[in-house]
Ligand binder design. Sequence first.
Ligand code: ATP
Ligand code: MG
Length: 327
Amino acid sequence: MGDDRAERIAEFIEPLRVEPGSRVRLGEDFDPGYKAGIRKKEDGVELLRSGIELLADYQRRLAAQDTYGVLLCLQALDAGGKDGTIRHVMSGVNPQGVRVSGFKVPSDEELDHDYLWRYTRELPRRGEIGIFNRSHYEEVLVVRVHPENLRREKLPDAARGPDVWQRRYREINDWERYLSDNGFRVVKLFLNLSKEEQRIRFLKRIDVPERNWKFSSADVRERARWDDYQRAFSQMLSATSTEWAPWYVVPADHKWFARVCAAAVLAHTLIDIDPRYPEVSDAARRELAEVRRELEAEAPEGAAADPYAADAGAGERKREKKHKKHR
Ligand code: ATP
Ligand code: MG
């Protein structure tokens, strides 16, 4: 990776990062319509394309190295664009290396366990990128805005006092630290949508027949609690953006821009991990040479002993010639 490119990505995502220890007031600190000065959607799409290529390359190395894993947590208000972000950003990546998990209202079995249990079960393996479509952060968002959810969690009295949210922030920070200390990087994105853009997207779900299935009147009821959610998100972002797992607030009013940001944050994490293909030992290299000799000896009459090497050599010579011509 050219340091240039890595540096440009780091600069690009810096304004989205929630400084650990800072106090976030969503409405004032982050603009959902921000576009980093990129005027045309086409320019953004081009940027996304190169981001997707970069991710594909890094993901192959992450899988080959099999040492680190990445957990990408996506939170948003309804119609924030989580699904589309996942679909676009991961479109170039080998599906075998990615595991997407969505979290809905907890089941009876899940409610019979501690609140982090169901998230732990879906964690990525080493070499994988895990995506949480909604995440353990629901436990301090929807559960906080609707306290009846907390009652359903069957907690002992001592564990549901007024300090429950502060305690959960601490437990979540500790859990993420444990994960990152053990080779699993936690990346957290909040897709920050404006109230007006949400209104427009809900209307689109009503007006376009192919989108009717996405419309839910429950989502509109949640919209009435907008201010409560903004407050819960602000407090959560302030308390759980840490050095080991910072939050990024992604401006989400322009879908294409949100996707560019998500790809950039994920790319930044992978560049930082810098996964390498495993080194082949001298002994293994000798064995490869030995097997190659055996395979070459099996070539049928008239066939090249190693057509792949011959081809690769020709390709290399052709590229050199072209390069010279253009110099
Ligand atoms: P889509 O964007 O396609 O609508 P979704 O993620 O909103 O997908 P839904 O089935 O519509 O999926 O909604 C899931 C619901 O589950 C959300 O309203 C969310 O707040 C709720 N939920 C998630 N986790 C919890 C939890 N721990 N306790 C209570 N409710 C939860
Ligand atoms: Mg929904």
